[in-house]
Write a protein that binds this ligand. Structure first.
Ligand SMILES: [Zn+2]
Ligand SMILES: [Zn+2]
Length: 285
């Protein structure tokens, strides 16, 4: 696996690349626009072209974007749903211009509790967003949630229901596993057995080759508590053994793991990247 972090683009896209190098990130995730707003400035194709060039000059570091938190493709309300589809299409367009490897998104929430209906609503939203984006080559990655409240996508079964309802191939639609969310939702990511079971369920429900990204975050709370509070690697309830097992999964060997840690930059990223790299080396020996 490659190990990296979510990095800020506040100083411009190219600054994000410099920062990533300074903390020895092998892959990065960014927000293509503010994650707390529906709309962003019109995508600047000159800035994007410069960024593509800068990225190529550092060996084409694998790059992912994360969509806005406001998007709710599961919304029962039609106006909210349409707004979400537009926002997702905008994210896909920005990702396309930047030439990213994948776009991680939360699916949203629906109080009905009906998995089939919610999955088809989400799936039609995803298909509509790709239609609006037009000639989009970016791959969308549905992120699992901590399973709190009515949020959708806490289990491989729910993610699989969206995959089937969408009819989209693995090249277009995949999955992002957030380790903290999986643990909070009650899934076992604390050791090898748990990881094998989780990846088996993903393969069974979503189809092989759907996992396209890992958010490698430890968790401040216990398994199944539905509390999404990220902790530094090894300091939380998943623990070092869970991450060492993750780094050893054959099925994840070509996948990127990005950290989303609380704390001050650059310490949080430099330290946690180093911790994961140590666990990766231990696994190989
Ligand atoms: Zn996320
Ligand atoms: Zn989280």
């Amino acid at each position: 696996m490659l190990i990296g972090a979510h990095v800020s683009v506040s100083g411009g896209y190219s600054k994000a690349l410099e920062y990533a190098q300074s903390v020895e990130a092998e892959c990065i995730q960014i927000f293509a626009k503010s994650p707390r707003q529906w709309r962003g400035p019109v995508p600047d194709s000159d800035a994007a072209a410069q960024f593509r060039e800068a990225r190529a000059s550092v060996g084409g570091v694998p790059l992912f974007t994360h969509t806005a938190y406001l998007i709710n493709l599961a919304a029962a309300d039609d106006i909210m749903w349409e707004k979400s589809v537009l926002a997702l299409a905008d994210e896909l367009t920005r990702a396309n211009i930047l030439g990213v490897d994948g776009v991680a998104t939360h699916l949203g929430s629906n109080p009905s509790g009906d998995i089939g209906l919610t999955a088809s609503r989400i799936a039609s939203g995803i298909v509509a967003a790709f239609d609006q984006c037009g000639d989009c080559s970016a791959r969308l990655l549905m992120e699992n949630t901590a399973g709190a409240g009515a949020t959708f996508g806490g289990t491989p079964e729910e993610l699989g229901a969206v995959v089937r309802a969408s009819g989209l191939t693995a090249e277009v639609l995949g999955v992002c596993i957030d380790t903290c969310h999986a643990h909070a939702a009650g899934l076992d990511v604390s050791g090898n057995r748990g990881w094998e079971d989780l990846l088996d369920s993903m393969d069974r429900e979503c189809g092989e080759g759907r996992v396209g990204l890992i958010h490698a975050n430890d968790c401040k709370f216990g398994r199944g508590e539905h509390k999404d509070r990220h902790e530094w690697i090894g300091d939380g309830f998943i623990g070092s053994a869970g991450f060492e097992a993750m780094l050893n999964q054959e099925r994840l060997s070509d996948i990127c793991a990005v950290l989303e840690m609380p704390g001050e930059v650059p310490e949080k990223d430099r330290e946690n990247i180093a911790r994961l790299k140590t666990l990766r080396t231990q696994g190989q020996s």
